[in-house]
Structures are given as structure tokens and as C-alpha cells.
Ligand binder design. Structure first.
Ligand code: ADP
Ligand code: ADP
Ligand code: ZN
Length: 224
């Protein structure tokens, strides 16, 4: 099963993406995680990406398309994959379509998490990320058992550079302008499954599972 999860920064893509990947045993491919790791390692990719990321702007299309092209050819993608944070522009969506087309693959569902801006700002401000395994927490909504320490791997938690107020606003603007049209793109192919992104993490996950497992019934009903 080939899935895309799309939604504004803070909508819960990473959190839900991990749950989906576990349940369906497919890899979660997060361009944000791949880019952050490259920046940490100081690789050539990291050097190319860093300036845009700090400003809350998108990394150039050819850079992320290259990442995805490499990643999708790895063996673990054979039984499906979940793209988290890609595509973020119509040009990226076009590139993905031609990549998949060459391999005779298609996207099954585009899970679109819908949520309001005020909620996003609160979530992003309080987000804490594990330095070692990338797990996400929230200061108040989803705190770790022990402050500053990852429940899953014992790594230390940090606040991402781009989760500061000013950068958050710029990322939300970039989302509306550049990623909004990607939803239209997939809507015209009948692939968008819109999910209400409010509520607790488990409830949202159940909404997503229901949509994945009753995709066709869902398409007739229209919204969730
Ligand atoms: P969030 O989870 O907050 O939506 P991500 O971790 O997905 O953010 O992405 C963080 C940053 O990495 C983005 O602000 C952008 O600079 C860069 N990035 C991630 N994915 C892409 C992409 N598909 N195209 C361009 N830039 C990207
Ligand atoms: P994205 O990948 O879309 O940027 P994340 O999954 O990183 O979003 O979630 C952003 C922040 O909101 C994290 O701190 C996360 O712990 C928290 N969060 C995720 N889902 C929920 C939810 N349903 N309710 C409250 N907070 C949430
Ligand atoms: Zn961890």
C-alpha cells in the first residue's frame, strides 16, 4: 500500500505516520527527518538544505526529489511506503508521479489532516523531538514519562530550531502557498481522504485506519 500523509506543520503527520507505518509494516519516509539528519552530519545534502530550513522555507525541489528517488528504490519499499512531508509542491508531485509511473506503481490514498492555525502554533511551540530516534513529544499534550528524556530510546529531547514563533509563521505561510495546491492536485485524481486532525492521538489514528480500510465507501461519502 502506497500512502501520502499531508497537512500543515504541527498537524500530526509525524505522530500519525509512525502509527500507520507500524500497523501496516511499511517504512515511513519523512523528508524532514532525512534532511535534519543530513544537517546534523554536515553532509553535502545538509549543507544544501540548512539555510532554507532555518528560514522555514522549502528546500529546492531537485534536492528532495533526489532523496525520494533514491529512497523508493530501496528494497523495504517493495511492499509499500508512507511518504510524510513529501510532495510539498506541485513540481514534486509531478516528479513523484513520473517516478512511480516508471515502476508501474500508484498512490492509494492521500491522507489530508485538517486543522486550524491556532492549534498548530500551540503544538509546534511545545514540540520536543528525540535527538536519537526522532520520536515526537509535546510539552503538555504528550509529555515523556521523564522530563527531557525519550520514552522509547532514552535519548535527549530538544526543541527544533524551526519550532520558534517567527519561523512557525513563515512555515504556515509557505504551506498555504506552496503545498495547498498539492491537495487540489490529488483531489482531481480522487485520492484525497480528509481527516479531522483535532482530538487525541488515538482517535485520529482510528479515523485514518477506517479511511484506509474503507477507502471506496469513504470516497462515496465525501468527508470524514
Ligand atoms: P513539519 O513536520 O513541521 O511539517 P518537516 O519536518 O516535514 O516539518 O520539514 C521541516 C523542513 O524541512 C521544512 O520546513 C523544509 O524546510 C524542509 N522540507 C521537508 N520536506 C520538504 C519537501 N518535501 N520539500 C522541500 N522542503 C522540505
Ligand atoms: P507534523 O509532523 O505534522 O509537524 P507532529 O506529529 O510532529 O506534526 O506533531 C506536532 C506536535 O503536536 C508534537 O509535539 C506532537 O507531540 C503534538 N501532537 C501530535 N498529535 C497531537 C494531538 N492529536 N493532540 C495534541 N498534540 C498532538
Ligand atoms: Zn528516542
Amino acid at each position: 500500500m502506497n500512502l501520502i500523509i499531508i497537512g500543515p506543520p504541527g498537524s500530526g503527520k509525524g505522530t500519525q505516520g509512525k502509527l500507520i507505518a507500524e500497523r501496516y509494516r511499511i517504512p515511513q519516509i519523512s523528508t524532514g527527518d532525512i534532511l535534519r539528519e543530513a544537517v546534523r552530519n554536515g553532509s553535502a545534502l545538509g549543507v544544501k538544505a540548512k539555510a532554507s530550513m532555518i528560514r522555514g522555507e522549502l528546500v529546492p525541489d531537485e534536492v528532495v526529489v533526489g532523496i525520494i528517488e533514491d529512497r523508493l528504490t530501496q528494497r523495504d519499499c517493495g511492499k509499500g511506503f508512507l511518504l510524510d512531508g513529501f510532495p510539498r509542491t506541485v513540481a514534486q508531485a509531478d516528479a513523484l508521479e513520473s517516478m512511480l509511473g516508471k515502476r508501474g506503481m500508484v498512490i492509494d490514498h492521500v491522507i489530508n489532516i485538517e486543522i486550524e492555525v491556532e492549534e498548530l502554533i500551540g503544538r509546534l511551540r511545545g514540540r520536543r523531538t528525540c535527538r536519537r530516534c526522532g520520536a515526537m513529544y509535546h510539552f503538555t499534550f504528550n509529555p515523556p514519562k521523564k522530563e527531557g528524556i525519550c520514552d522509547q530510546c532514552g535519548g535527549s529531547l530538544y526543541q527544533r530550531d524551526d519550532d520558534k514563533e517567527e519561523t512557525i509563521r513563515s512555515r504556515l505561510r509557505v504551506y498555504a502557498r506552496q503545498t495547498g495546491p498539492v491537495i487540489q492536485y490529488y483531489a482531481s485524481e480522487g485520492l484525497v481522504r480528509s481527516i479531522n486532525g483535532f482530538g487525541c492521538i488515538d482517535d485520529i489514528f482510528h479515523r485514518i485506519v477506517e479511511v484506509i480500510e474503507n477507502g471506496e465507501a469513504y470516497a462515496k461519502r465525501g468527508s470524514y
